[in-house]
Design a protein around this ligand. Sequence first.
Ligand SMILES: [Zn+2]
Ligand SMILES: [Zn+2]
Length: 257
Amino acid sequence: MTDQRANLTVLGCSPSWQNTGEACSSYLVEAAGTRLLIDCGNGAFAQLREHSDYATIDAIAITHTHGDHVLDLLPFAYALLYSPRALRGELNRPLLLLPPTAHERMRSIFALIDRAELLDDAYEVREYEPAEPIQVGSLVLEFAEVPHFVPVHAVSVRTSEGGRFVFGADHRPCDEIVDFARGADLLMLEATLMQPETGIRGHMTSEEAAEIAQSAGVTRLVLTHMSDELPREELLAQAKAVHANTVLAAAADEYRF
Ligand SMILES: [Zn+2]
Ligand SMILES: [Zn+2]
């Protein structure tokens, strides 16, 4: 019997500056004819092209408007508007799901670099509401606000086969993500820090991420958003001591859920 589960491909798993040879946050979900991109950080569009035809992406869900999660929406927009296929009228506008109030912020970013109109010309833009699940092809998306330095929403992706993936995006340790992740088949959390920050917190250590996976009762944990300038094996071992079934994301890794 063939595996009907969805496939998650890591396109970029760097923190806010790129690891050597890697892009910033971006993850491709493919399931039953539906293709969803979660975040589109700097470097992600080139990695998307390594794996997939950008014209086949149905929707892009953005967790927050920090640069490492959105900057490659610009080259993606250029491709959707000015590539040979675009000029022949062969491309559709993918759905761009933005956090509440982010539409105007993204228009401002596009305006600073080029023109604000590029955003809505390239994408069918919609701001999601955390309370409202959104159907994208065969997938159901849900969002939950988590605490970071700017508004961030964790994303849950549920397949028609009953599989569920939760991506926390960027956040400090919190109960919100524990509640949201409960029952997920696969949980991906940031592990940005070597030590907890002093002052206002916005990120987590690998150990803190593992504690969330334990509290939520999730079997498989993938750590991401970790610099290659940190002692990654040591930080992974610290996480595994708390939650044994933990791996560290690398570019082009694939997971089923
Ligand atoms: Zn980030
Ligand atoms: Zn961030």
